[in-house]
Design a protein around this ligand. Structure first.
Ligand SMILES: NC(=O)c1ccc[n+]([C@@H]2O[C@H](COP(=O)([O-])OP(=O)(O)OC[C@H]3O[C@@H](n4cnc5c(N)ncnc54)[C@H](O)[C@@H]3O)[C@@H](O)[C@H]2O)c1
Length: 285
């Protein structure tokens, strides 16, 4: 088994930043790559702030903070990923974007590098389809916020080999996560189960049965959910959530139970993507 010493994360948005935090706090040298310099720098500053806050709260020592930050390299140069043992892609939820990234990674990395994707719903088999070594590709699906959520889905594509799956289980366990094995099916386990949570909430709201605030409150108070469906969509990113619903719907050949809701599409068209744009169903300061 390859000892994971250096990891790469492609995409430094909501999920990439969280995965990088986990990696550096667990002592992995980590290259955080984004095509946007602004995104990479913003993520670096965010990580510095998060670690400083953890020190203030007494959850991290100053020495731990310094060690974690020493593990971090933020860049827009893809070449710096070439000697990573594991690369986790957390870029936009678009098949063509992910396929292009994996092709570029395969061309620059050594042949033992494991290539994982944090995709919420796209087919691992299809992402890996055009590669020379699809057996080294798998899904490694973290949940938002990655540093806090205990579950990670390890998704095995048709061509993924056992060694790749084993290595990803071992790595996820080293981050103190619970890993579960999933087949490469649309939405895997959690995102498939979660589709009606969002879709039915949108339909209930649109039918005028209850408001956004009421539905969230009821699900939390009476249903004991940590977050209501609208708060959660704002946290996830409405664009990301819509993309996931569209893929699951399409990949189940248009099954109506997964049909997306047009209001989600309207919010995306309006640029109201949730917390990351300071507003979605709710408005944030
Ligand atoms: N948001 C969630 O709650 C959540 C949860 C689990 C999985 N995911 C999945 O994780 C992935 C990332 O989601 P996110 O919410 O972090 O997205 P995001 O929009 O917050 O961030 C995406 C980042 O990728 C960068 N990017 C785009 N194209 C790139 C490229 N070619 N090379 C390098 N960087 C590129 C963007 O500049 C941006 O910084 C998606 O596949 C999504 O489905 C998201």
């Amino acid at each position: 088994m390859v000892q994971m010493k250096k990891v790469g994360v492609v995409g430094s948005g909501t999920m990439g930043t969280g995965i990088v935090q986990l990696a550096i706090q667990n002592g992995y040298k980590t290259v955080m790559f984004d095509i946007s310099n602004q995104a990479a720098q913003r993520a670096k500053e965010q990580l510095e702030k998060i670690l400083a806050r953890l020190v203030e709260k007494g959850k991290l020592t100053k020495a731990d903070q310094a060690e974690a930050l020493a593990c971090l390299q933020a860049t827009t140069e893809m070449d710096l990923l070439k000697d990573c043992d594991l690369i986790i892609e957390a870029a936009s939820e678009k098949l063509e974007v992910k396929q292009a990234i994996f092709k570029q990674l395969e061309a620059i990395c050594h042949d033992k590098t494991i290539l994982a994707t944090n995709t919420s719903s796209l087919s691992i088999t299809e992402i890996a389809g055009a590669l020379k070594q699809p057996e080294k590709v798998a899904g490694l699906h973290f949940f938002n916020p990655a540093p806090l959520m205990p579950l990670v889905e390890v998704v095995s594509g048709i061509n993924t080999n056992e060694q790749t799956v084993e290595q990803l289980f071992a790595w996820a366990n080293s981050l103190k996560k619970t890993a579960v094995l999933c087949k490469d099916t649309p939405g895997f386990i959690v995102n498939r189960v979660a589709r009606p949570f969002y879709n039915e909430a949108l339909r209930i709201m649109n039918d005028g049965v209850a408001s956004v605030e009421q539905i969230d409150r009821i699900m939390k108070k009476a249903g004991h959910f940590k977050m209501g469906p609208f708060e959660l969509q704002d946290l996830i990113g409405i664009d990301i959530n819509l993309a996931t619903t569209k893929t699951v719907h399409q990949n189940y050949y248009g099954e109506s139970r997964f049909r997306p809701h047009y209001y989600q599409e309207r919010l995306v068209q309006a640029g109201r993507l949730g917390r990351k744009t300071k507003g979605g169903f709710y408005t944030y300061e």
